[in-house]
Design a protein around this ligand. Structure first.
Ligand code: 6GU
Length: 252
């Protein structure tokens, strides 16, 4: 079995290295039944979340964690020595977990990377503030740099919450009775088809007839058409990949 804890008995372990430990678990702690998959799973100990305060590893009396960028430029850079101590102390406690740094410079996060992380024992996420982190500490630890999209956040914490959420909802037992995992957006390389519920007519807008027909084969075909049309229109990048057909991404 895989490392997500069901076999080892250990819950999937999320660790955030951050200057703002109070930002965790944030929205992921919302555990009212039915309100948040992640929060419910956290309270059921299907996963564990720890935040590590990077400032606790500063050594001078002012607890300095940053310095100005070499070569000049705006803002401040998180110091390699302080971040290194935080990483080493965390790894001593957790053992071998993948280590990632959330940054707009990173490779785009994908559902397949999310799935791989969720199948493992957990993840340590370094959250940057200011302009970023001294590259040498990232290189020294072989840190994987990941971005959640082409826009800039004020720090990596919200991005870390995004990554944790995406992973945790895939853990065994977290989606409950849902079998929708492989029907949803991205799992087939397409956006999801649109959804409707009762009433059959609302403010003059009707649920598409085919969905009320009980004809499962037609419903499947309609949903596929809708998924393809939305993907073509909104995500030409995904559509091109999809239209190329299955490729072995391990070989490309
Ligand atoms: Cl992962 N971090 C930050 N700070 N900004 C981002 C991002 C990550 N992804 C997009 N913008």
């Amino acid at each position: 079995m895989t490392g997500n804890g069901q076999a080892s008995g250990k819950p999937w372990q999320a660790v955030a290295l951050t200057l703002f430990p109070q930002m965790f678990p944030g929205s992921l702690g919302q555990s009212l039944a039915g309100q948040s998959l992640a929060g419910q799973a956290l309270s059921e100990a299907r996963w564990a979340l720890e935040s590590v305060d990077i400032r606790a590893f500063a050594s001078d009396k002012h607890r300095t964690v940053d310095d100005s960028p070499c070569g000049g430029g705006a803002g401040m850079v998180m110091r390699a020595d302080v971040v290194d101590l935080a990483i080493c102390a965390t790894q001593q406690k957790t053992g071998d977990l993948p280590l990632v740094y959330m940054t707009p410079r990173g490779r785009p996060l994908t559902q397949s990377r999310v799935r791989a992380l969720a199948e493992g024992p957990g993840v340590i996420v370094l959250c940057g503030r200011y302009e970023g982190v001294d590259q040498r500490v990232l290189d020294a630890h072989g840190v994987e740099e990941i971005s959640i999209g082409d826009y800039v956040l004020s720090g990596g914490e919200v991005a870390a919450l995004v990554l944790f959420d995406a992973c945790v909802r895939l853990l065994p037992g977290v989606m409950g009775s849902d079998v929708s995992g492989d029907e949803e957006s991205f799992e087939q390389g397409l956006l999801e088809y649109p959804l409707y519920t009762r009433p059959a007519e609302w403010q003059g807008r009707k649920v598409p007839d085919v969905l009320m027909s009980g004809h499962h084969k037609n419903i499947r075909a309609w949903r596929r058409e809708q998924a393809e049309a939305a993907t073509k229109d909104r995500r030409p990048d995904l559509w091109t990949e999809y239209a190329l057909g299955p490729v072995d991404k391990d070989k490309t």
